[in-house]
Design a protein around this ligand. Structure first.
Ligand SMILES: Nc1ncnc2c1ncn2[C@@H]1O[C@H](COP(=O)(O)OP(=O)(O)O)[C@@H](O)[C@H]1O
Ligand SMILES: [Mg+2]
Length: 1054
């Protein structure tokens, strides 16, 4: 930033020399103008403004004002804030294009050598650096930049005026997208000076490319093309006698061109074809003809050159030869070959050379256009750059100069139209107070050249087309007839005495806006016709060279219609150009030559024998070569710069229709923002009042506002820029809100949609499920109804279901214990068999589990209980209640038994003992006793006394009742009367006691359960008994029949 300020400071200090804008001069005299120009020029300040027009004075030396730093300084800065520069103009055009979104063009004018081409290159370079860039755009940019060296090589040449003079007109559109990126380009080319290919004036050269090829190409290429590295060997290169000039480095330029060709997508094969053509032209130039006996042309040089031409152009040598020496005349159905004179042969040769070179040039331009073409169809704005050949005057001026100078007349006309005439007319139309500025309108000269039927071009065409012997001189005569009194036209015949001295008989002179030019009519007709003999044209159509093939289309050749003449084509192309330019906003660069010698400092000297130059020389002897005042003054005059200045000074820098102005700047005033409902003019008035415009700074016209100084507008524009950002933020916020709302709505809609879809999906699923369920239920019912039948498709599923259902229910309801024999889940009929198998299985498993789970003690217990059950189950009423009572090993412990008794039966192992009540045999008196079972006998013990010993062997039966009492009778064998009889006892642990006894004594079969009564033997032979009955209360007593009466209740007593 600091650096930039310093630089700007430095620039400004230097720039205090003179005045930056002629509009600010104190007086608008030519003297003051020239003074200012010179002052600035002597300080290397070559640029000065007239308003927004840039005057550029060619310094003929490299100035350090085109570097990156300078570009940076000028980027995006308002026009008048910095010293005048071509970058300022370029930048301003660019930014106006972006803000106003319209098309522009920069008209660069000035005479040959004034610096137009350099200016256009500087502008292109500036855009290449200053515009935003991307890789893609860079390639477009490279192509735009690189198109220059290629076109210059093929279309520029050294002339007396300029070592790099453009010999074609060029209008280039640079296309920008809305971001300001350069996205494409297009070139229109205008009339190439083809005659230069075959002829150059003294001190001039052919097109650069020829010298570049010969000097720069590698040996192998030269060899392939049949060329040698020596320009002097080629006729077409040496007529000007200056093939090699120190200011031009052909060898380096060759490298640049080769590289540039690559950038613009010219591939290897195109390259070959291209240079084959260039080389063929050189060979053509060396074809020499000599007269045969009858003066007719024969090819005199060895046929070597011809072979090279035929080789390089890919055509038959024989036919080519024929083309140069014979003309094909078609008479009805016949073709007659008419031999050529030498002049004709040379004409045919040169015509071919010019034609192929000219067509190749057009081909190149087309290829460049293809490579720069913008493929994005969105709307583009363009900046057009017009760099066309400048006004030029030579010692001998021919058809080419006529065209070039006519072109410059047209551009001058356009300039006058847009800046002087239209501007002043506008002030009048708008009712702005205005003092008209007089200016020379060159329309009269344009008309002289181009008017229909009456203009020079029309007469030239007439002469070209009319039957009979038309020559350049008859053309001149026709001109003299028609233009006799025209103030801008003079010939030897028409001139007064004085003037006549300066004119040859074959000349005509035009008083151009930029000065008089004498044209020599020789060659006008031929050049205007630009005819190529038919047979040669046909031959070119058969060429094997791809470029020639593309350029010479058979269809064109067969078209018998006479093509438009060169001048007419040129005229219409200029007309089209004018239309193109008129549709755009104009920016002007007026280039001035500072001297004629292309010199920087030395004294003016000139060596060429040139009328114009001689005239100037008279003035310039006085001045140094650097600032040739007369020359410059002359240019200032004819370019109309003074008039432009006057109009600018009195006029207004800027004007806009009220509605447009209001539309753009209305945000700057609360009264006009966002809408001004009333008359736009009033709105603008309110707006500028609000902005504080002073009365002398603007004028209100009928439809437009006129602003005098650019600075006023720039201030407004700056304010607008600032305001725009604020507005943008506001708009952005609004827009974001709007977007968010939209987004929300969209999302909501989407959600509803998804919901609906999802519901649909669910509903369809549900329906399917129901349909399925109905089917299943139907199947189920059918299955149920046919469940009893044999398995069929109807019931198989149902049965499977029943089976499965049963099994899973069964699984949950299996009996948990072995004892549970009732809760087995009852099976459906189909599963009854399975159920039974499973039930058994399950019990076995439960049993096994149970068995594995019990202790040995419990096992013994159960074994005892089993025995008890076999003995009493279902026989004795009190049995069921006893089952749950566990058996014990003994009811009496050893301590309970008298030791004496134990002593007595010591030898027998006591197995079991239990307290009993023994009933006497006769009285049935109950007596408590102990019953002790040993291995061999049962002992009835009273205290220490063994009352009775019953050997098991003598125990023949044991009886109990079927009721609930605890009475037991031992039936004892009684052969011995001394022995006591049967034993009747009552035992509370009857089942335990008897079970033990049956096991110990092995008396299973001896135990009987009897109904009603037990018979006993009281003594041997004496019977007794026990009678059992059921009563209210349990009782035991002696009955009347002498039996023991035992009464039990249904409930068990113990
Ligand atoms: N801005 C410049 N700075 C330095 N030299 C310049 C400048 N403009 C032109 N020249 C010199 O003048 C010569 C002719 O310029 P050119 O642009 O080819 O002229 P024109 O196209 O108008 O015939 C260039 O070769 C160059 O030497
Ligand atoms: Mg030029």
């Amino acid at each position: 930033m600091q650096i930039q300020q310093n630089m700007e400071g430095a620039l400004t200090a230097r720039d205090r020399v003179g005045i930056q804008d002629f509009v600010l001069l104190d007086e608008t005299t030519e003297e003051a103008f020239m003074n200012n120009l010179q002052k600035r020029f002597s300080n290397d300040l070559i640029y000065t403004y007239i308003g927004t027009l840039l005057v550029s004075l060619n310094p003929y030396k490299e100035l350090d004002i085109y570097n990156q730093k300078q570009m940076d300084i000028y980027m995006g800065v308002n026009f008048f804030e910095l010293p005048p520069h071509i970058y300022a103009l370029a930048d301003n055009a660019y930014h106006t294009m972006l803000t106003e979104y319209n098309n522009h063009f920069i008209l660069i004018s000035g005479e040959s050598g004034a610096g137009k081409t350099e200016a256009s290159k500087k502008i292109l370079q500036y855009y290449a650096v200053s515009c935003p860039s991307t890789t893609l755009l860079n390639t477009v940019r490279d192509k735009m930049l690189m198109s220059n060296p290629v076109l210059e090589a093929f279309g520029n040449a050294k002339t007396l005026k300029n070592d790099n003079s453009s010999r074609f007109g060029k209008y280039m559109d640079i296309q920008f997208d809305s971001q300001g990126d350069a996205v494409g380009g297009h070139i229109l080319n205008y009339l190439l000076e083809k005659s230069r290919v075959v002829h150059q004036n003294h001190g001039e050269r052919n097109f650069h490319i020829f010298y570049q090829l010969v000097e720069g190409a590698g040996d192998d290429l030269l060899q392939r093309l049949g060329l040698e590295r020596d320009c002097q060997l080629y006729k077409y290169l040496t007529q000007g006698e200056c093939a090699i000039v120190p200011s031009i480095n052909d060898r380096n330029d060759w490298k640049t061109v080769k590289n540039a060709l690559q950038v613009i997508n010219i591939n290897e094969s195109d390259n070959n074809d291209l240079f084959s053509i260039v080389a063929s032209v050189l060979h053509l130039g060396n074809l020499k003809f000599s007269p045969d006996g009858k003066g007719l042309a024969t090819l005199s040089s060895s046929s070597e050159e011809l072979r090279w031409v035929s080789n390089l152009l890919g055509v038959e040598a024989q036919k080519l030869h024929e083309g140069f020496t014979f003309r094909k005349i078609e008479a009805k159905n016949d073709q007659i070959l008419s031999p050529f004179t030498i002049d004709h042969a040379i004409y045919a040769r040169d015509a071919l050379a010019k034609a192929i070179y000219g067509q190749t040039f057009t081909w190149l331009v087309n290829r460049i256009n293809e490579s720069m073409e913008n493929t994005d169809p969105s709307r583009k704005t363009v900046i057009g750059l017009l760099d066309i050949y400048g006004f030029e005057v030579f010692y001998v001026n021919s058809f080419e100069q006529f065209c070039i100078n006519y072109c410059n007349e047209k551009l001058q006309q356009l300039f006058i139209q847009l800046t002087l005439k239209a501007e002043q007319e506008e002030y009048e139309a708008e009712g702005i107070e205005w003092e008209p500025v007089q200016f020379f309108n060159n329309k009269i000269i344009c008309d002289l050249v181009e008017e229909k039927h009456r203009g020079i071009i029309a007469i030239l065409d007439e002469e070209c087309l009319r039957p009979g012997e038309a020559t350049d001189l008859t053309f001149l005569e026709r001109l003299e007839d028609k233009m006799a009194n025209h103030p801008h036209f003079v010939t030897h015949k028409l001139a007064d005495k004085m003037t006549r001295k300066t004119l040859e008989r074959g000349d005509f002179r035009l008083l151009h806006y930029a000065g008089e030019v004498t044209y020599c009519v020789v060659g006008f007709l031929d050049k205007n016709n630009d005819l190529l003999y038919r047979n040669i044209k046909d031959l070119m159509c058969q060429s094997k060279n791809a470029i020639i093939q593309e350029c010479f289309l058979t269809s064109d050749s067969e078209n018998r219609k006479r093509p438009e003449t060169v001048a007419t084509q040129f005229k219409s192309s200029l007309l089209k150009l004018t239309e193109i330019l008129m549709a755009k906003e104009a920016w002007y660069i007026r280039c001035l030559k500072s001297n004629e010698s292309k010199e920087k400092g030395s004294f003016f000297s000139y060596s060429h024998n040139n009328v114009h130059v001689q005239k100037i020389k008279l003035h310039t002897i006085i001045f140094t070569g650097q600032f040739d005042e007369a020359l410059i003054r002359h240019q200032v005059k004819y370019l109309g710069l003074m008039e432009h200045l006057r109009v600018r000074r009195a006029g207004f820098a800027y004007r806009r229709r009220y509605d447009v102005f209001l539309q753009r700047y209305k945000p700057l005033c609360p009264a006009t923002w966002p809408h001004w409902r009333g008359d736009p003019a009033e709105g603008v008035e309110v707006l500028v009042q609000h902005l504080g415009y002073l009365p002398n700074e603007y004028k209100m016209g009928r439809n437009k506002i006129f602003i005098r100084h650019p600075r006023t507008l720039y201030a407004t524009e700056d304010a607008f820029e600032k305001c725009k950002h604020e507005l943008a933020t506001r708009l952005q916020a609004k827009y974001r809100g709007y977007r968010a709302k939209g987004e929300f709505k969209k999302q909501k809609e989407a959600a509803t949609k998804i919901e609906t879809c999802w519901r649909g999906v669910q509903a369809r699923k549900e329906r399917q499920k129901r349909a399925w369920a109905v089917k299943v239920i139907k199947q189920f019912i059918k299955g149920y109804m046919t469940r009893g039948q044999a398995k069929s498709t109807d019931n198989s599923e149902y049965l499977a279901f029943v089976r499965q259902h049963f099994l899973s229910r069964l699984k949950e309801n299996l009996p948990k214990t072995v004892l549970d024999k009732t809760s087995w889940y009852s099976p459906p009929p189909v599963c009854s068999e399975t159920s039974e198998i499973l039930r058994k299985l399950h019990y076995r498993i439960l049993v096994r589990k149970y068995v594995r789970g019990i202790t040995p003690q419990r096992k013994a217990q159960l074994q005892l209980k089993l025995v008890a059950s076999t003995l009493f189950k279902g026989k004795k009423e009190s049995y069921p209640q006893s089952v749950a009572q566990p058996f014990v090993d003994t009811r009496l412990n050893e301590q309970d038994i008298n030791p004496r008794v134990i002593q007595m039966i010591r030898n027998e192992h006591i197995k079991y003992s239990v307290p009993v009540i023994k009933y006497d045999r006769n009285g049935f008196k109950p007596r408590p006793r102990q019953m002790i079972l040993t291995q061999t006998a049962a002992y009835l013990v009273e205290e220490a006394k063994i009352k009775q010993r019953v050997l098991y062997t003598s125990l023949k039966g044991i009886s109990v009742s079927s009721l609930t009492d605890g009475i037991v009778a031992f039936h004892i064998t009684c052969e011995d009367p001394k022995q006591k009889g049967d034993l009747v006892m009552q035992c509370d642990y009857l089942f335990e006691f008897l079970t033990k006894l049956s096991i110990i004594a092995n008396k299973h079969n001896a135990i009987k359960v009897v109904q009603g009564s037990i018979k006993t033997e009281v003594q041997a032979g004496k019977e007794g008994g026990v009678d059992f009955s059921i009563g209210q209360e349990p009782m035991v007593y002696k009955g009347k029949n002498g039996h023991l009466m035992v009464v039990t209740t249904r409930t068990r007593t113990r």
